[in-house]
Design a protein around this ligand. Sequence first.
Ligand SMILES: Cc1cc2nc3c(=O)[nH]c(=O)nc-3n(C[C@H](O)[C@H](O)[C@H](O)COP(=O)(O)OP(=O)(O)OC[C@H]3O[C@@H](n4cnc5c(N)ncnc54)[C@H](O)[C@@H]3O)c2cc1C
Length: 301
Amino acid sequence: MQIDNLCVRLNEYKIEYVRSEPMSRHTTFKIGGNADVFIKVKNADELKTILTLTREYNMPYFILGKGSNLLVSDKGIDGVVISLDGIADIIIDGDTVVCGAGASLRALCIAAQKASLSGLEFAYGIPGTVGGALYMNAGAYGGEMSQVAVSATAIDRDGNIQEFNFDQMKLGYRTSAFKNTDLIIISVRLKLKDGNADEIKAAMDDFFARRRDKQPLEFPSAGSTFKRPEGYFAGALIEKNKLKGMSVGGAQVSEKHAGFVINTGGATCDDVLLLIKKVQDTVKLADGVDLEPEVIFVGRK
Ligand SMILES: Cc1cc2nc3c(=O)[nH]c(=O)nc-3n(C[C@H](O)[C@H](O)[C@H](O)COP(=O)(O)OP(=O)(O)OC[C@H]3O[C@@H](n4cnc5c(N)ncnc54)[C@H](O)[C@@H]3O)c2cc1C
């Protein structure tokens, strides 16, 4: 078995791993079957070693952030799931911040606020990592990563380090040059503006309060289920079609915010997929609009 052989080598390198790790423990949806092997990487060297081994054993890998935009298959994920937990340094130099991809956006926002640096207020409350936020070009309340990220460092499957300048990152609406590639973002450089720490904190608190008011944060979810279709709002279309509260198994269109599918308890990936399909079909029939999922499906089909 390739997995057994890989694990023998991980032991040789003293790299800690877990076999058959339920992904439901690592996704905000609390959904997902087992990853064959799960590793919390301690540093960039360890990451390079893991990449060498996955190449050697021809094993797929998947980079996990905070699992806040993921719908993981009930059948789990093939190969190695890698979390960049240990690559999370935040270094501030004047108005420039260089941040490890595994740092949480929350930690980055707080560090910037403490240094009186403005620009990241919008991101406070988005429950992802900095790497995941760049990958998705995450945004809210008129802000998005493209307004603050100036460059990034990534590593490819062969262990080559690549620098991406702003244009090369191709940041667009919930997309980037990193999407659907084997590139692993390891650090992000951001340019912020001098500001007033109290005002920055007040703006962060305001955005956070708005989230608490509008979003079903009391239930597991992966945030907005669908991208914003051009000229429409997904939530408004779903609400107009009286789909709020519609459920399949433990998955439900939130009563509080129609743009969110929530896990009311025991939802499976298949429940969510079926509910998404029902919502898409209804909206397409009634309004002729295609709702494209923002949530990313991963794992065994
Ligand atoms: C309650 C709630 C509210 C949310 N609000 C918002 C919002 O306001 N705006 C918004 O844009 N999103 C929002 N989201 C969605 C989600 O938080 C963002 O998309 C976030 O950027 C995902 O980051 P993550 O680290 O959790 O990535 P994950 O969900 O773990 O992964 C997402 C994708 O990024 C890839 N990835 C992650 N890290 C790396 C890396 N270092 N290198 C290469 N690829 C990587 C993964 O492989 C995967 O394909 C919300 C989610 C929830 C649950």
